[in-house]
Design a protein around this ligand. Sequence first.
Ligand SMILES: [Zn+2]
Length: 137
Amino acid sequence: MQILYVRYLAAHPVDEIRCVAQTRRRSRCAQRLLSAESQTGVWSLVPATAEQGQLALPAEVMALYDLTTLPYAEQLRWRMQRCPAHAAAPSAADLAMADWEPFDPLVHHAHIHSRLPTHVRRPGPGPGQHARHRARP
Ligand SMILES: [Zn+2]
């Protein structure tokens, strides 16, 4: 995934990433980050290049769930790994650590997929979300 121009490896599929906040019952919030109301990112194929100082993997593309087009606050919510309700309640403690891992194409090579997901599950009704290819130089 790409949040605020940084690529991360999520510990779970996009639609299964759970909020890390603690509920009033002192258990971990069961809400997913991707809710029926929230805006969705865009799947696109991007070059699987590494950060500076590392070797690029030539001619390899990978599927990326890109949140860059979302408002800043919404991207922050994803990075904090909180559902919309808990993003609006910053006093709630985090029960779990956000489990983003900075993405490294060499270390996380097994997670590189050269094709877009054939279907994107989305909870609840909403406008259709179509993955689109984006050409980059
Ligand atoms: Zn929550």
